[in-house]
Design a binder for this molecule. Structure first.
Ligand code: ISE
Length: 330
């Protein structure tokens, strides 16, 4: 789904990229999705190795990312990788080791919320300090539905909560120290997934984040966020949508899914990626951010099994991820 949306974005919306090749585990879908003139490759390896391919966008499912990312890094090609970057700590460490050995940032992870205007303004208010230090962040992340059969029981935490893990670290400028998970009784709406879920993130600095993950709410895609600080509250606004008043009351439309809610964020994310990739590097959320978010998902999955608070232990941050990547002005 997201691969097709990014093809549309790169061919019809943004300037500066050309799609030279496409591949998919289902080659018929690759053929159907490939824009005119793009080669359909049999395997990701063949696509990554092609001399016609300067940079790569990975939109396969999470467990396939490790090998594809390592191939891109070995080829020295900038790579945009959809979330989750990988699904295990061991895989995340391999990506970090490969990139640090290469010596230049190549990987950008698809945490598109960081490019959303509302989240950027929220962060500016928190960083500005006028409200004092953040104490709590309430994050609500609700999906109308997820593809039946394609969405496995670890995915609400690996694929969905991973956004909240990343945005919490970014908004609060802090790392996650420990994770707890609480599950209410199962919804009667006939879904095998553990859904909804409450995840508590204990940040290193003492702030606490609560995240509601729901992937089956039916009514739409509902993203909310509110940060309680020492001297006030900063919250994401409701989406601007026409307010309808009629005999049913006063209401506003809700986005159908993430493509609609984050359309501008995805566009901006790729605008910035195209510039960096054109210069042989990457900016935006890094492999370090992908690693950190993977550790949080891993800890959450352990917390489901144990019912306990599970600690998150990070390696020391390599210097490659401490400084912003230098990009020449276009
Ligand atoms: C889904 O898995 C995604 O990939 C989207 O980026 C996210 O916004 C959505 O809420 C997830 O469930």
């Amino acid at each position: 789904m997201i691969g097709q949306d990014h093809i549309r974005r790169l061919t019809k919306v943004l300037y500066g990229a050309e799609i030279k090749g496409v591949t998919d585990i289902d080659l018929d879908r690759a053929r159907a999705a490939a824009p005119e003139g793009a080669e359909v490759f049999d395997t990701p390896k063949a696509l990554i190795a092609s001399d016609h391919v300067q940079a790569v966008v990975i939109c396969s499912w999470g467990p396939a990312h490790e090998e594809q990312l390592l191939d891109c890094i070995a080829a020295g090609k900038p790579v945009f990788c959809e979330k989750p970057m990988v699904t295990t700590e061991a895989a995340a460490l391999k990506v970090i080791e490969a990139e640090t050995a290469f010596g230049r940032r190549l990987v950008q992870v698809g945490f598109m919320r960081r490019f959303d205007g509302d989240y950027r303004r929220l962060k500016r208010v928190i960083d500005g300090g006028s409200l004092g230090a953040p104490l709590m962040y309430h994050s609500v992340h609700r999906n109308a539905s997820v593809p039946e059969g394609l969405y496995t029981s670890d995915m609400p935490l690996n694929d969905t909560m991973v956004h909240d893990a990343d945005i919490s670290r970014w908004l609060l400028s802090d790392e996650v120290a420990a994770v707890e998970v609480r599950l209410p009784r199962r919804s009667g709406r006939g879904n095998d997934l553990r859904d909804p879920t409450i995840v508590l993130l204990h940040m290193t600095g003492g702030a606490i984040v609560d995240v509601e993950i729901s992937v089956n709410v039916a009514y739409g895609y509902d993203i909310r966020g509110e940060v309680s600080c020492e001297m006030g509250i900063a919250a994401l606004p409701n989406r601007p949508a026409t307010v309808i008043s009629d005999q049913h009351g006063i209401r506003q439309a809700i986005p159908e899914d993430w493509r609609e809610r984050f359309i501008d964020a995805y566009d901006q994310e790729f605008r910035e990626w195209i510039v960096a990739a054109g210069q042989g590097t990457a900016t935006g959320p890094s492999a370090w951010d992908g690693y950190a978010a993977t550790l949080v998902s891993d800890a959450a999955l352990r917390a489901v099994a144990s019912g306990e608070r599970e600690a998150v232990a990070m390696i020391e941050k390599p210097a490659l991820y401490s400084e912003p990547t230098a990009i020449a002005a276009e």
